[in-house]
Design a protein around this ligand. Structure first.
Ligand SMILES: NC(=O)c1ccc[n+]([C@@H]2O[C@H](COP(=O)([O-])OP(=O)(O)OC[C@H]3O[C@@H](n4cnc5c(N)ncnc54)[C@H](OP(=O)(O)O)[C@@H]3O)[C@@H](O)[C@H]2O)c1
Length: 345
């Protein structure tokens, strides 16, 4: 397979390079850049010294269609809505890591992203790539809208309980925390060391772009779902997301029953690991891996469930889920190139 990465110099791009350069089915990898085309990759990133020595290339959709089988777009919002229609087709598959193709309603995209949406034709062709839940469509898709990092953690944590209609819809609250790499490679006042270090901050209260993405998928599972409360916090660590989810049950359940439900749902999915009763994951349990780890319990006093779902935002929340989707699209082993164990401590 011949793969390409647009936005190769960004954080998502770097993780894609790490995974794809070691993937058993990827025979060549071409890296594209707008600001550093012509430069050697190892000169930009010394940790790739003597390993990734090729030059970054300019984006040229026509030659990309001829040369590549798959292209990953690890670019800021607004780029892939323009690039995807020029790339997808003639045998070239596209996986977009940005939010451009995730929302099916263009008006909703404009409302939350404050810019023009992709064309309806492209949005109709794009398949939401939540790997564990949408495999049939992913296998047939030529355009994948790779899910956001927070939505991946939140939706994998909520899927079984929402599908089974066990939650009272308006009671769902998602309290999420992320490391600073979630904001990409360019520093800003929020992620600057002097501000972020030894700090814990809520941001974009009730305004995060991932809110409509989460609600859209929850409604797909259960048409009684409407809005959720979703809060995001910045934690002084490099990687990792923890989504702590609270909801009230619509009918009595025990923790054991709910854990069994999750076990049943995810038993065929090697990258989602459900903890035993009384055990909860932390972000280091999934660091640098494609795992999503989930623990849950019911508080019998409040009839409220607490679900804890953790991922690595750059991996399951971005690059490794994209590679998992590529594996599904090309009909190869779902775990190919993704068997690296979590890094601990
Ligand atoms: N960071 C995460 O945890 C995470 C998780 C899930 C999804 N995402 C999404 O994935 C995308 C990439 O995120 P990131 O964290 O990798 O961002 P990043 O570190 O800021 O990198 C983005 C890259 O996009 C390229 N770029 C910028 N403007 C471009 C343009 N007009 N056309 C083509 N390429 C352009 C830049 O490379 P050149 O200047 O070399 O072209 C840059 O290195 C974003 O949409 C983000 O929302 C990120």
């Amino acid at each position: 397979m011949k793969a390409g990465i647009v936005g190769a110099t960004g954080y998502g791009g770097l993780e894609l390079i790490r995974l794809l350069s070691d993937h058993p089915e990827v025979e060549s990898l071409t890296l594209y850049s707008t600001s550093d085309a012509g430069k050697s990759f190892e000169n930009l990133y010394s940790h790739m010294n003597t390993v990734i020595t090729q030059k970054l290339e300019e984006i040229n959709p026509e030659s990309m269609q001829e040369r590549l089988d798959i292209v990953f777009l690890a670019t800021p919002p607004g780029v892939s809505r323009e690039l995807t229609p020029k790339l997808a087709g003639r045998g070239l598959k596209v996986i977009d890591l940005s939010g451009d193709l995730r929302l099916t309603d263009p008006q909703q995209y404009t409302e939350w992203y404050k810019q023009e949406a992709a064309s309806e034709e492209v949005l109709e062709r794009a398949v939401y790539g939540l790997s564990e839940w949408n495999q049939k469509k992913i296998k047939e898709a030529d355009i994948i809208a790779n899910p956001g990092c927070y939505p991946t953690a939140s939706l994998l944590g909520l899927g079984p309980i929402i599908q089974e209609r066990l939650a009272i819809p308006e009671t769902v609250v998602i309290d999420a925390k992320s490391g600073v790499s979630g904001a990409g490679k360019n520093p800003n006042p929020l992620t600057h060391f002097g501000h972020a270090q030894e700090n814990f901050q809520i941001y974009k209260v009730n305004q995060h772009k991932h809110i409509p993405e989460i609600e859209q998928q929850l409604k797909t599972w259960n048409d009684e779902m409407s809005t959720v409360t979703f809060s995001t916090h910045l934690v002084p660590m490099t990687r990792g997301i923890m989504a702590t989810i609270y909801l009230k049950l619509s009918e009595p359940q025990t923790t054991e029953q709910l854990l069994q439900l999750y076990e049943n749902y995810y038993s065929m999915h090697p990258f989602v690991r459900v903890r035993q009763e009384g055990q909860f994951p932390c972000t280091k349990h999934v660091y640098a891996s494609n795992y999503c780890d989930i623990g849950l319990t019911i508080d019998s006093r409040t009839n409220r469930v607490t679900i804890v779902s953790v991922i690595d935002n750059l991996m399951k929340g971005a690059a490794s889920q994209a590679v998992q989707n590529m594996n599904l699209q090309f009909g190869i082993e779902e775990t190919a190139g993704l068997q690296g164990l979590p890094l601990y401590p």
